[in-house]
Design a protein around this ligand. Structure first.
Ligand code: G6P
Length: 357
């Protein structure tokens, strides 16, 4: 394993770049068994409900995965911050899917204890097979991202989403909620994700640098998404605050009028994950009328393009949600942080694995 920066200015840049190969690796490892052996290999019963647990970026990945299993197979779920598990009621018999890149986050391990006391079986999704989480869980799904040095998670996020989606599809096959041939089709579609991410990385590299100068003095950012893009807006806002130390809040676009609109002034950056819907267009028009600087992410004509509208590939992956938009948001956060003189690999106040509750 290459633990050097190589030609990259920092580890974060390298890890953003690695995402297509990481996803390809996840699919090579797990893809062939998704419709068959993968779920049985966990030795778990087929659950009727999922309890998604994690912190920060890992929780966002968990939400993205649970949305896919709900969308395709109707499996209901709740998502709980690890630190809130002890004070939150869980659905009896639910399978806890616990996500942690490091597998050592104290809040996560404490949640595991509580979940065990309540009798929930635990499936861990982690990048570290030797972690405390991996040892304590009943079953482990590895996300195969390779070592991540940058404190802010990038490639482990995409690996968790794709590995988790493979796991979710295997569950849908085992539960007979989706038939095996349809699961195989979904797996084949996932093999197109590396190309989709590679396109998004190139497009972000071309489009983001020109945006940065106008954002250097912006004290705060609003991120908007809706439906399947919401979780990626949340992740983009988290990356931006972790790296730039600027305020960033993420909302469901429809919630704008219920409060956040008061924040919008001339020049306020509003990052919109554009799903092309009319509702969203109305929300965008509203912030524009108040002078916001709208940065759209998604379609070809967006400020930060993430996918070509013409490819069958992009259309075929609608069920996954717009994972590729996160790449543009990672690049935006990193480029702005670099321009502000921040240490993007080691943001202040944060640690790669947080071992205190
Ligand atoms: C830290 C990092 C976050 C990360 C979270 C969860 O707080 O700053 O970026 O998402 O831990 O880490 P884990 O290792 O459990 O995925």
């Amino acid at each position: 394993t290459d633990l050097t920066r190589g030609v990259h200015p920092d580890f974060m840049a390298k890890e953003i770049e690695q995402q297509p190969e990481v996803v390809a690796e996840v699919m090579t490892t797990w893809g062939p068994s998704v419709a068959g052996d993968l779920w049985p290999s966990f030795g778990l019963q087929v659950p009727r409900h999922l309890t998604i647990v994690g912190c920060g970026t890992s929780l966002h990945a968990g939400r993205a995965v649970a949305q896919v299993t709900a969308r395709l197979g109707g499996i209901p779920y709740s998502a709980i911050e690890a630190s809130e598990v002890a004070t939150t009621t869980t659905v009896p018999g639910s399978l806890a899917v616990v996500l942690s890149q490091s597998g050592e986050t104290a809040d996560v391990l404490r949640a595991v204890d509580v979940l065990h006391q309540r009798g929930h079986p635990i499936l861990a999704l982690t990048n570290n097979p030797h972690s405390a989480l991996a040892r304590q869980a009943q079953a482990v799904m590895l996300c195969q991202a390779g070592p991540e040095i940058g404190v802010a998670a990038t490639k482990t996020f995409t690996a968790q989403v794709i590995g988790g989606t493979a796991m979710g599809l295997s569950l849908l096959a085992a539960a007979r909620l989706v038939d095996r041939s349809a699961v195989r089709r979904r797996v084949a579609e996932l093999s197109g994700v590396p190309d989709l991410l590679a396109y998004a990385i190139g497009a972000a590299r071309r489009s983001v640098p020109d945006l940065v100068p106008a954002l250097l003095d912006s004290p705060g950012f609003v991120f908007l998404g809706r439906g399947s893009s919401r979780v990626f807006a949340d992740e983009g806002a988290l990356k931006l605050k972790e790296l730039t130390y600027r305020w960033a809040e993420s909302h469901a676009a429809g919630e704008l009028k219920h409060g956040p609109l008061a924040l919008i002034e001339t020049g306020t950056p509003v990052v919109v994950l554009d799903d092309g819907s009319e509702r969203l267009a109305a929300n965008i028009a509203e912030v524009r009328a108040r002078g916001a600087r709208v940065i759209s992410v998604g379609p070809e004509q967006a400020t930060i393009p993430a996918r070509t509208s013409t490819t069958a590939l992009a259309r075929g992956l609608d069920w996954l949600g717009p994972l590729e938009t996160v790449v543009g948001l990672q690049v935006l956060a990193r480029e702005l942080a670099v321009a502000l003189g921040r240490d993007v690999d080691k943001p202040r106040n944060l640690a790669k694995s947080v071992t205190v509750e």
